[in-house]
Design a protein around this ligand. Structure first.
Ligand SMILES: *Cc1c(COP(=O)(O)O)cnc(C)c1O
Length: 349
């Protein structure tokens, strides 16, 4: 059955092992972020086997999925919680990122099996979640009064809304907030994948001791830095799609053109007659922009909900209906593929 995502467990194991060691060299513990694989318990177990101690996910549902598969490792919720999910959160989540006192209050009131601990988020410039760094102190003091020992850390997130690149300067801002408080924090959770360069270069300010890693661990990429992370591999997840048509056609449409199926205005370059395949995969299965042909001589031209067209002229190969073409994927394409019920998931061990 196609499309299919092949999950090469050994490659994920490699990345987890490598990143754990890299971060440990600077005194940084990592939480492996499993949201892109919807908290798949088999992948989570492979990661835990490498010695990574904590898992993190954005959805309580994914955390429950891992718990139900018998995983008892500490788990962190990385999307600041909805009040409506507090009752189930407190039985499954060990650490939650937080940015509202009201949520702290409700979690404290709810009790629960896990005695959920708090990492208060501080915004040091990216403009997504967290207390604005300049006036975080007062709120953190209030949070401490409400949560006591259960306020264990502060954290920040960069590279997600504003695309702000983690730097020595913005990490210092986070540490400054920690120092301004009349109590200590056990965990200072600064990073996601975008913050890895600070560790690779050895410039991470001392005191930061926790990273939350998803993209680099699963895919070996860093979209904010537009790079592959050295030492990791990027083919742990491969998508196979099936050819439903192979033909030669002009590279420019004939006739007056309007918008394409999704309202876009595609542009065309005249390359003469080209060999093209139509693949039975589209926006309902992946983010087609994030499909990278394993054979780099192919080029994805366009996609709609169910069809993707690729120019295969460069391969000097003939194709036929039923052939399978393989792609590496971007993080967003992988997220869609793992979430889509139309895509088969196959483990390769
Ligand atoms: C998704 C997420 C991460 C992981 O980010 P990557 O770039 O995939 O490493 C870390 N922190 C938060 C708050 C997240 O939402």
């Amino acid at each position: 059955m196609f499309p299919k995502v092949r999950i090469h467990v050994d490659k994920i194991r490699h990345n987890a092992t490598y990143l754990k060691k890299l971060c440990a060299s600077q005194g940084v513990d990592i939480a492996a972020v499993t949201k892109v694989v919807c908290g798949n318990p088999d992948i989570a177990k492979v990661i835990l086997d490498t010695g990574v101690e904590m898992l993190a996910d954005s959805r309580v549902r994914n955390i429950i999925r891992m718990r139900e598969a018998g995983i008892n490792a500490p788990m962190m919720l990385v999307r600041i919680p909805m009040l409506s999910q507090v009752p189930e959160l407190v039985d499954h989540v060990d650490y939650t990122l937080i940015s509202e006192l009201e949520t702290v209050k409700r979690i404290m009131q709810a009790g629960g099996k896990r005695k959920t601990k708090f990492i208060f988020m501080v915004d040091v410039g990216d403009l997504r979640e967290g207390l604005w760094f300049d006036d975080a102190r007062e709120t953190l003091i209030k949070a401490k009064e409400m949560a006591g020992d259960r306020l264990v850390g502060i954290g920040t997130n960069l590279g997600c809304f504003g695309g702000v690149i983690p730097s020595v300067e913005n990490n210092e801002r986070l540490l400054e907030v920690a120092r301004s408080c009349p109590f200590d924090f056990e965990i200072i959770s600064a990073g996601n994948t975008a913050a890895l360069p600070l560790i690779e270069e050895g410039t991470l300010p001392g005191g930061i001791n926790h990273y939350r890693l998803g993209e680099s661990l699963m895919l070996g990429s860093d979209v904010t830095g537009s790079r592959s992370v050295p030492g990791t591999v990027n083919d742990g997840f491969i998508i196979d799609a099936e050819v439903v048509e192979y033909d030669e056609k002009p590279s420019i449409p004939i006739g007056k053109t309007g918008r394409d199926a999704f309202g876009g205005s595609p542009e065309f370059e005249d390359k003469g007659i080209r060999k093209r395949v139509i693949l039975a995969i589209g926006g309902q299965d992946v983010v087609p922009d994030g499909l990278y042909p394993v054979d780099e001589r192919m080029e994805v031209l366009h996609a709609s909900g169910d069809h993707t067209i690729a120019d295969v002229t460069g391969t000097n190969r003939e194709f036929k209906v039923g052939d399978i073409i393989s792609f590496r994927v971007s993080y967003s394409a992988l997220l869609k593929a793992m979430t889509s019920s139309y895509v088969l998931k196959e483990f390769v061990v």
